[in-house]
Every structure is written in C-alpha cells, then in structure tokens.
Design a protein around this ligand. Structure first.
Ligand code: P6P
Length: 332
C-alpha cells in the first residue's frame, strides 16, 4: 500500500472536499512541522538536557517544565512567519501573542496547550500538544482576547500530537478524524488511521479516583455503578485507566473506546473544573464528536459553551456515547 504523507492527504482532501482552504492547509502543515520539532526534543529527553523544571511559572500558577517553555517557543516561532494567523493563544501565556508587525497576517486564530501532561515528562510517560483553530472576526488588524472567546462549535480545525511509543498526529477539520504516525527516518507524518471512530460502548473508564470525596452526587452515583460491576445496575465489569495525560487518554478512547472524566471538584467551588476549555476541552470535544463520540461538561455539549475568558476551566466527560450520555443524564 502506498504511503500517504500528511501533505498529500491535505492536498487531496482540499481537492476532493473543498473543505480545506489553502491557507488552513498551510496552517495545519506549519503546526504539524512544529510538532515534529517538539517530538524531537521530547524524544531526546535527558540526552538533550531538556528534562526537569524551567524554574519559572505560567499564568496558571503552575511550575513550568523546561519542555513546556521549549514547546511553546517552537509553536510561536513556527507560526509567526506563516502569514495565516492574526494571533495565537497558549496555556503558557496570559495574553494572546500578536503577530509581529513586520510579519504577514492571516484570518485564523491558533490556540494551544504546547505540552499537555508535562508532569509526566520526567518519568517518561506519554505527553502531547493540543491545538485548536478559529477564524478571527473580520475587520481588526490586531485580534484581541475577546476575539478568541468563541464557542468550540466555531472551530475550523483541531488536533493533537501524542509523543509516546510512536509519535502521532491526530487531526480533524470537520470531515472526520485522521491519524498520522511520524516516520522518524524520513521526518514525515504518514497516514495510518483513516476516519477514526469511538466505539459506542465500553468497559473502560478514566478518572482520578483520589478526588472521589470531592465529587458531586451525580458523579459519585455513576462511578459507584461502574465499580459495582456486573452485580450492579450496569450489569458488566469495568476496567480503569488513568495516565494523567489527557492526550494519551483521548487517543486510547479514539482507538478502543472509553469514557474520560475530569469533573467539577468541591475543593474549588468557584471553578467549573480543572481542564481548560479553549485549548483542551474544545479541541478534544471537536475530535471526539467528529469520531462519533460525545463530549459534555455534565450539563451541555462542550462545543456549545460560550467562553468568558481565555483560560477558563471546564468539567469534561467525553468518549463512548452510551457512557457519556448516561453520566450526563445523571446530572439532569
Ligand atoms: P491530575 C495534565 O496536567 C492535565 O491537564 C491533563 O492532561 C490530565 O488529564 C489531567 O491534567 C491530570 O490531572 O489531577 O490527575 O494530575
């Protein structure tokens, strides 16, 4: 079977569906190239002296790993000159990053979590990059934070890179979900997964059980039923996985099904959840829905949430339809 590179796939998608404007195709290729460079650093690890803390903090008040900063810088540098963006936003930066005046601008807004799950990086557990693409509102040369605050249903593309046993890139631009594996010798992303589909049912759930005493009643009920197994109301035994790397969890769910949950937590009554809506919840929800799965915050579609802030948080329940619909119904 002939190998289809990312470039060939995107050009053929553009030609066949016309769903991929040339400037969006070029943006995706630029982000994919940046993810290759991030993969190179992540895969080197200690050999390149990139493990450990950077000694700095980010806007979330979290200690940054060296690779958080490296990945963020790679994405900024790779996307400044492309001419397809009005601005960028990152988990690692409080405010949007403007395109330098001497660089050409474009009509898209790029949001990213440059290295999600980075607490795993020093113990060699998979981490990833998550990105989301919106269109900038017409008319203003310099997009503001307000211009980013669009519901996830307005995304024109989303994806993640997973730096694991294989380096993979998973993409959607509204025509299904496609997976590419990095050929390290050639340095190219090769199509290996076409039209990925989340199985409707599952026997596997993902949640950080150490937070159990802080969950609200609907989540307590649902997890109790999962743990009751075949003697319980759900009539089957379940298995549990928790990698503490959302990209790895979502990828597993895309490949073999499952339900991933990061619910609201009584420790932070003012916060709707831990994960971030704009560059974790929304892109992953777009991908999961494009693969036939469901993604809610327990009450509504994540993609329907109107954001009020660039770094606002969200509760996440996503994956196999049967289970996400069940736990969401318990919140009614
Ligand atoms: P906890 C990583 O920090 C992250 O944002 C997600 O990738 C992951 O699913 C979650 O947080 C892990 O959270 O509380 O288990 O460390």
């Amino acid at each position: 079977m002939s190998r289809i590179s990312l470039s060939r796939f995107l050009i053929e998608e553009q030609r066949q569906h016309g769903a991929l404007p040339p400037d969006l195709r070029l943006l995706i290729e630029t982000v994919a190239r940046a993810c290759k460079a991030i993969a190179h650093s992540v895969n080197k690890g200690a050999l390149a002296g990139v493990l450990g803390d950077a000694g700095t903090g980010n806007v979330q008040g979290e200690a940054q790993k060296k690779l958080d900063v490296i990945a963020n810088d790679i994405l900024l540098e790779a996307n400044e000159w492309g001419g397809n963006l009005g601005a960028m936003a990152s988990e690692e930066m409080e405010l949007p990053h403007s395109i330098p005046d001497h660089m050409p601008r474009g009509r898209y807004l790029l949001l990213f979590d440059p290295l999600d799950g980075s607490s795993n990086i020093d113990v060699n557990i998979s981490v990833g990059t998550i990105f989301s693409v919106l269109e900038a509102p017409e008319g203003n040369e310099q997009p503001t934070e307000q211009d980013f605050l669009q519901p996830g249903s307005r995304q024109v593309a989303a994806g993640y890179a997973l730096y694991g046993p294989q380096n993979m890139l998973v993409l959607t631009f509204g025509q299904g979900v496609y997976g590419f594996t990095l050929d390290r010798e050639l340095g190219s992303w090769v199509l290996t997964n076409s039209r990925m589909q989340v199985p409707e049912t599952t026997k596997e759930f993902s949640i950080n059980m150490s937070n159990q005493r802080h969950w609200e009643a609907p989540v307590q009920r649902y997890i109790g039923e999962l743990l009751a197994g075949q003697e319980g109301p759900l009539g089957k035994d379940y298995n549990m996985r928790w990698v503490a790397s959302m990209v790895a969890e979502v990828h597993r769910i895309l490949v073999r099904g499952g339900v991933f949950m990061y619910p609201k937590d009584a420790r932070d009554p003012g916060k709707p959840g831990k994960l971030r809506l704009m560059y974790e919840g929304n892109p992953m929800a777009f991908i999961i829905e494009q693969a036939g799965g469901v993604a809610t915050n327990g009450h509504q579609r994540i993609l329907d949430i109107q954001p009020n802030g660039l770094h606002e948080r969200v509760a996440v329940f996503l994956g196999s339809r049967e289970e996400v619909e069940r736990v969401t119904a318990y919140h009614a």
